[in-house]
Design a protein around this ligand. Sequence first.
Ligand SMILES: Cc1cc2nc3c(=O)[nH]c(=O)nc-3n(C[C@H](O)[C@H](O)[C@H](O)COP(=O)(O)O)c2cc1C
Length: 238
Amino acid sequence: MNVSNFAFLYRYALLRLLVYIIQGLQKVVLFLTVTEKKRILREERLPAEPLILFKEWYDLAAGSCINLHEAMALSTVSGNGRPSCRLVLLKGFGKDGFVFFTNYNSRKAKEMENNKNVALTFWWNTLGRQVRIEGTVEKISEKESDEYFRTRPRGSQIGAWASEQSSEITNREVLEKQVIFYEEKFKGKEVPRPPHWGGYRVMPSTVEFWQARLNRLHDRIKYTLLPDKSWKIERLAP
Ligand SMILES: Cc1cc2nc3c(=O)[nH]c(=O)nc-3n(C[C@H](O)[C@H](O)[C@H](O)COP(=O)(O)O)c2cc1C
């Protein structure tokens, strides 16, 4: 082994050690802030609406150094009833629902056009928490999509034009050529939102909160939307 290889390995080992120390510290902080007792989902402490609990959980996940805490699995169903699932990023949530952005010609978009029933799943590893949401989906307004598109980095804006998401391409060059084409096309100008790109809102009909507990005796609390718009709350066996 020559000297430069050794120096590289030494630096790599130091970096790994630093990462382990940071991850360890992160776990200690979490342990101190969210103890087993605090995690317990007690019926008497549950809010009447799932959004309140979701916000509490989401905010904690956001403040817990969880990598991509906003990532959620989105499941859709094809015309012949076959499910498919992929990760997308949550970009906003509120009383109206949970918003994400994508390509309106993508596979998921075609499936959602056909069948508006979707499911979302979050997993926050260090907190031992999962949230499952089921509901229906609708496109958000063009104005809302425009507003969000304007906040994206220019590279991502060009990418939204360049990539015909989910369609087959011969090789990577095709994509890179498209990027060059659109960089040239919008040179010195603001990149407009492509008409085939925008947001969706998932309006929940059920929301399940899953909290890991000792001996796999996890807590599961499920909220179900009733016709009068109130929520039924039930506990499920883990
Ligand atoms: C962590 C993560 C976040 C992602 N976020 C998005 C997103 O917000 N929107 C999106 O269209 N694709 C996102 N993707 C890519 C999708 O998982 C998927 O590959 C793409 O949307 C095409 O899916 P489809 O062919 O089923 O439509 C993300 C992937 C990962 C791994």
